[in-house]
Design a protein around this ligand. Structure first.
Ligand code: 5GP
Ligand code: ZN
Length: 145
């Protein structure tokens, strides 16, 4: 299995660095984020080192998704979360700071700024239709109807 001795998440997975682990399976480990965005913020990581969304294998990605769903269920059931955000940051431009793939599982609490001080990081506004279409033309795969 791929590991990187300089990677802090590989060190956490190996037990060489401490973490507050809440769940694990063959492919993934879930542990508490030390800088929680909200109360109960969890990170889900693949055991195998991969840098980001571009590099992770599809089986590990699926396993991380399944673990994130399981963690989210417990955040709702046990912590009483009203909602959940899943976040992956791929690349420094997208705020990635630890370069071992991870999914943030962030419980959300309605009207509770003490447990949940988060705000939407963009201002929703209608986009220019021509620019939306240009991006779609560049991104389109095959001939979807
Ligand atoms: P990113 O910024 O790459 O999307 O997320 C990295 C996350 O890892 C951050 O939310 C940060 O708080 C968390 N983090 C960084 N170092 C450690 C650590 O040593 N232990 C734990 N549990 N979380 C960490
Ligand atoms: Zn790693």
């Amino acid at each position: 299995m791929a590991t990187d001795p300089d990677c802090i998440f590989c060190q956490i997975i190996a037990g060489e660095l401490p973490s507050t682990r809440i769940d694990e399976d063959e492919r993934t480990v879930a542990f508490m984020d030390i800088n929680p965005a909200s109360w109960g913020h969890v990170l889900v990581v693949p055991r195998a080192h991969s840098v980001d969304l571009h590099g992770i294998g599809v089986e590990d990605l699926a396993a991380c998704s399944a673990m994130a769903q399981r963690v989210a269920g417990r955040q709702a059931e046990v912590l009483g979360a009203d909602g959940i955000n899943l976040l992956n940051s791929t690349g420094a431009a997208a705020w990635q700071t630890v370069f071992h793939f991870h999914v943030h599982v962030i419980p959300r609490y309605q009207d509770d700024p003490e447990r949940d001080p988060l705000t939407l990081p963009w201002v929703p506004a209608p986009g220019d239709p021509a620019r939306i279409a240009a991006a779609a033309d560049a991104l389109r795969c095959g001939d979807p109807t």
